[in-house]
Design a protein around this ligand. Structure first.
Ligand SMILES: [Zn+2]
Length: 184
């Protein structure tokens, strides 16, 4: 249930009225109509500067908020010091509404948060085999080999203390090279 609370002063008394999005009042369009005429209005203000049927407040689920619509060509409401001559305006907490000389204040708005945001599942990669993996430390180590200073064959780094597997030369003076697949 979405609710908006209006507060105003009438005959020296602070009054409040709660507008809910599910009005059970039987008034048309499910909105809260405000004015001087008790037949057409849910919220009746007796001040003579208020029009018979002045404005309506309704909850718009599409826009997710409460709106005030002007129902009068003349005597437009003033919402936050702006004359609302046509259309509607979103109401926020603290919004000031003047109907004639009567000021209504929006003191509270409680809206139900629509829990309709669906987070899509992570998209499975279509070609995981093509992913280039960051080499781990051990992989990085084995990516290097030793180029024999004599026969120029490249042998694994582990051969450092054993010597060249092809010619037996010590690899102590061998050049460390990047091992290319196929050259092993
Ligand atoms: Zn060698």
């Amino acid at each position: 249930m979405n609710q908006l609370t209006l507060q105003w002063v009438e005959a020296g008394q602070v009054k409040t009225y709660t507008v809910a999005d599910q009005q059970q009042s039987g008034k048309p369009s499910g909105s809260t109509r405000i004015g001087r005429d008790p037949v057409r209005c849910n919220l009746v203000l007796t001040h003579p500067t208020v029009s018979g049927l002045h404005v309506e407040i309704f909850y718009d689920p599409q826009r997710g908020g409460f709106y005030l619509r002007n129902l009068r060509d003349s005597n437009p409401p003033v919402v936050d010091r702006q004359k609302l001559t046509e259309g509607d305006v979103m109401l926020r907490q603290g919004t000031s509404i003047y109907l004639g000389q009567v000021e209504l204040q929006v003191t509270a708005i409680a809206t139900r948060v629509a829990n309709t945001v669906v987070v899509p599942p992570p998209v499975a990669t279509t070609a995981p085999a093509l992913l280039v993996e960051e080499p781990t430390a051990s992989q990085a180590g084995s990516a290097y080999g030793l180029r024999c200073p004599r026969c120029h064959q490249i042998s694994p780094y582990e051969r450092l203390s054993l010597g060249c597997p092809w010619c037996g030369t010590s690899l102590a003076a061998a050049i460390s090279v990047l091992m290319v697949p196929g050259e092993k």
